[in-house]
Design a protein around this ligand. Structure first.
Ligand code: UDX
Length: 431
């Protein structure tokens, strides 16, 4: 790797994406400064702590500390920087469009960066944002600086691996020099680099997430039909996925998708379409099915228990998926709110989540083990498929619950085995 050009990269935003991007570029041999405006985050990172839970990230940061630093200071970040990577978050605005204010504040702050050769946006943005960034750069005296879109496809929990071994690296650029520079930054990454125009690259990200969400909502609707017809969705999904044209991934029926990307990006894509006067019908249904999925679970539990008022319900797992501490748009939040609204008592267990003191969590209790959360409960819901739940002594739990009713929202457990232990077992799309 001796011929590898080492670049100086300023990464803006020390969230999930910025930290993974910064640490991985340092691992690839570049000099990276990560800049964030949150003093506490920067303080933690400088002290060698990682403010989020992402497997492998702490080791990667520690291993590359010679080439990786963290700062609050804009000038320090831009000093000598050749590439500015924008990795700030783009949360939904009041209208459902992506809120780009953080992107603009970074782009505007770049004026005067002497060594800058390229600005790259990794944050998920509406199609057309690149042209607007280009205009701001031109106005800021950075007309000579190139622009590229380099969307991220890393999944939380496997982000470091996904970055270094991607299915593809997408680079959207208006000229070949910038495209080559961004592609070269990725030298050492095991995966093909696909270059295209900026707008197409912006669309790839939104379309990929929308199609993944579509697969899940599709199998969730089939699951509902399986319940009504006596079929087993896990068998159906397995056999459907063996068709290589369809593939086995993202066909796990469950309580619905959440996280920092799917909910926000699917809504942003829908609004983007609406803004052009087109109504994305399929995507709208995909979002509706996902919302329904959580409400259906509560309804089914209500039918089983007769009423949820006064019922004690354990939520097993709070994060939107296992392997992360992220609670953004987690199905657990809707489940807890709905249960509380019906008058239930909500008892929670999760090995990583920090739900905070806001509602609905303020009105729930937290327990250190799944067994303690379920002790004396009338029902339990598997919300997140944490592997720890496989290790639970379910026979003992069946005896310790007031009513052994189990809603397996991730089809994690064996229905026959659970029924043999005395549980009233309900899965998603399983007879
Ligand atoms: C996703 C994309 O995978 C990634 O490419 C993009 O960059 C960001 O969004 P992430 O949000 O980390 O990554 O999680 P992912 O593993 O994709 O799961 C998303 C949600 O779908 C989770 O709530 C998960 O539980 C759910 N899911 C996933 C299902 O319900 N069924 C499945 O078969 C797969």
């Amino acid at each position: 790797m001796g011929d590898k050009p080492e670049r100086r990269v300023a990464v803006f935003g020390a969230g999930y994406i910025g930290l993974v991007t910064g640490a991985c570029f340092a691992e690839l041999g570049h000099r990276v400064v990560v800049r964030d405006i949150d003093p506490e985050k920067v303080r933690l990172l400088r002290a060698g702590d990682v403010p989020i839970y992402e497997p492998g990230l702490g080791d990667l940061i520690a291993r590359n500390k010679e080439r990786l630093s963290f700062t609050l200071d804009l000038e320090e970040a831009l000093d000598g920087a050749e590439v500015a990577y924008v990795c700030v978050d783009t949360p939904p605005s009041a209208s459902g469009d992506a809120d780009l204010s953080r992107v603009w504040s970074v782009v505007r702050s770049l004026a005067g960066a002497k060594d800058l050769k390229a600005v790259v946006v990794k944050s998920t943005v509406p199609v057309g944002t690149g042209s607007r960034v280009r205009a701001v750069l031109d106005e800021s005296g950075l007309g000579h600086v190139g622009y590229a879109s380099n969307p991220e496809f890393t999944a939380e929990g496997t982000a470091v691996h996904d970055f270094l071994h991607p299915d593809r690296v997408v680079v959207g650029a208006s000229d070949e020099t910038v495209a080559r520079l961004v592609a070269d930054l990725h030298r050492g990454v095991e995966g093909p680099v696909v270059t295209m125009d900026v707008r197409s690259a912006e669309m790839v990200k939104l379309a990929s997430n929308a199609l993944l969400a579509t697969k899940i909502s599709f199998i969730n609707e089939i699951a509902t039909l399986c319940e009504k017809t006596g079929a087993d969705v896990t068998e159906v999904a397995h056999a459907v996925g063996l068709d290589h044209r369809l593939g086995p991934h993202f066909l796990r029926a469950g309580i619905g998708w959440g996280g920092s990307c799917f909910p926000k990006d699917s809504e942003a894509l829908r609004q983007l379409a609406s803004n052009t006067g087109y109504h994305l019908q399929l995507l709208s249904a995909v979002i509706d099915v996902n919302n329904l999925q959580k409400r259906r679970a509560i309804q089914q539990l209500n039918d089983e228990l007769g009423t949820l008022a006064g019922a004690r319900v354990a939520l097993l797992g709070l994060t939107f998926k296992p392997g992360t501490d992220d609670m953004r748009e987690a199905p657990s939040t809707v489940l807890a709110s709905r249960l509380l609204a019906e008058g239930a008592e909500v008892r929670c267990w999760d090995p990583m989540a920090r739900p905070g003191a806001a509602e609905p969590w303020a009105s729930t209790t937290r327990h250190p083990t799944p067994e303690l959360a379920m002790a004396g409960a009338d029902a339990a819901i598997v919300v997140t498929e944490w592997p720890q739940l496989k290790e639970v002594d379910w026979a003992a739990v069946a005896g310790a619950m007031r009513r052994p009713v189990l809603y397996d929202g991730r089809n994690l457990l064996d229905p026959a085995a659970m029924r043999a232990l005395g549980f009233t077992y309900m899965g998603v799309g399983r007879p």
